[in-house]
Design a protein around this ligand. Structure first.
Ligand SMILES: C[S@@+](CC[C@H](N)C(=O)[O-])C[C@H]1O[C@@H](n2cnc3c(N)ncnc32)[C@H](O)[C@@H]1O
Length: 324
């Protein structure tokens, strides 16, 4: 797909209904040969709409009006380009803990969490957030500023108490540091402009992580996962988890990771888009059409639920498939 097609697809499939500003900008970029030519100077993996828009916001460029955005971006192109080459789309969404929680709570406690593709590690704090499923009573530490709302369907095994977490380790090609204001600003710019609630939640989660930073290592998940699991002390259950990560890997790297996880045999929680973990997809019952952007939550490749990509919904699957 060419760059215009990519931006048009982003407009209709991703921004529409979620971000009027991004819908307007990417729709106009798709029809702007001059700006498309600049974007095409970048390697294909760096031409993403999300990366360009976050870079312009990171540099304080205007996003409310296309003419102003276009003029500013063209004038500052060298800096925008450098930022896009330096940074990555590393959206870190603590809300995803709401869909991980029911699985984590059922594992033998205490847990040593190992997140691959951790970004800043904000999904390593499931025991530090509060949860409200279907608007009911909140579960979790009363003093937590982060309250995760999640709509459920089907027989979700909602836990009575939070898991006990004794280890928070992660690996990322480029770990972000919750103590570094520039890294935190980048994370903020990855949240779409109108999503004020997500932004506030991100800032609160960063404060929690700063008080008790995760142990993040820089590296490739395939090259580090065995050592990370081996380092878990006796008496804790090593749990490997990831969300919105496997799509970044080549098919060979995905298969290699899955093969390693099968060999390691520890609990392995994946929360990923359809199409990236074939063994999970094969066991997934027929469900909603692919234009409904839902992830699949799985434990050791057994699909358990369909989830909202930011953790906003959790549809538990029955043995026969769809939620009851
Ligand atoms: C979209 S972010 C998701 C972050 C986090 N898992 C979450 O759900 O909020 C994907 C992350 O995966 C990381 N990543 C991509 N490929 C990787 C690899 N081969 N090894 C380690 N990390 C990787 C990226 O750098 C990025 O931080």
């Amino acid at each position: 797909m060419d760059t215009a097609g990519r931006y048009r697809r982003f407009t209709t499939m991703e921004a529409r209904g979620h971000s009027p500003a991004y819908e307007r900008l990417t729709g106009a970029i798709a029809d702007d040969p001059g700006l498309l030519a600049l974007i095409d100077e970048l390697p294909p993996a760096k031409r993403q709409p999300n990366l360009l828009l976050a870079a312009v916001r990171f540099l304080d460029g205007p996003i409310d009006d296309y003419a102003a955005f276009r003029a500013w971006t063209a004038t500052h192109w060298d800096t925008v380009r450098a930022t896009m080459l330096e940074r990555r789309t590393q959206t870190n969404e603590p809300g995803r803990c709401a869909v991980l929680l029911p699985v984590l709570a059922r594992l033998p406690q205490p847990l040593a969490l190992i997140e691959v593709g951790a970004s800043a590690g904000l999904c390593l704090y499931p025991d530090r957030y509060r949860y409200r499923y279907d608007g009911g009573a909140a579960l979790g530490p009363a003093e937590s500023p982060v309250v995760l709302e999640c709509d459920t369907a089907g027989a979700v095994p909602l836990p009575a108490r939070l898991p006990e977490v004794v280890g928070r380790t992660g690996v990322d090609l480029n770990p972000l540091d919750v103590a570094d204001p520039r890294d935190v600003h980048w994370l903020e710019c990855l949240v779409w402009p109108e999503q004020r609630q997500r932004l506030a939640r991100l800032r609160d989660a960063v404060r929690i992580a700063r008080a008790e930073p995760p142990a993040l290592v820089r590296g490739d998940l395939n090259e580090t996962i065995r050592d990370l699991v081996a380092a878990v002390p006796a008496g804790a259950t090593p749990v490997v988890l990831h969300s919105a990560v496997i799509a970044y890997l080549s098919p060979g790297e995905r298969e290699s990771f899955a093969a390693t996880m099968r060999d390691l045999g520890c609990p392995w929680i994946s929360n990923e888009a359809p199409g990236v973990l074939p063994a999970v997809d094969r066991r997934l019952p027929p469900g909603p059409s692919p234009d409904r952007l839902l992830f699949t939550l799985a434990l050791n490749e057994r699909p358990l639920a369909r989830t909202g990509p930011h953790g906003q919904s959790l549809e538990w699957l029955t043995d026969r498939g769809r939620a009851d």
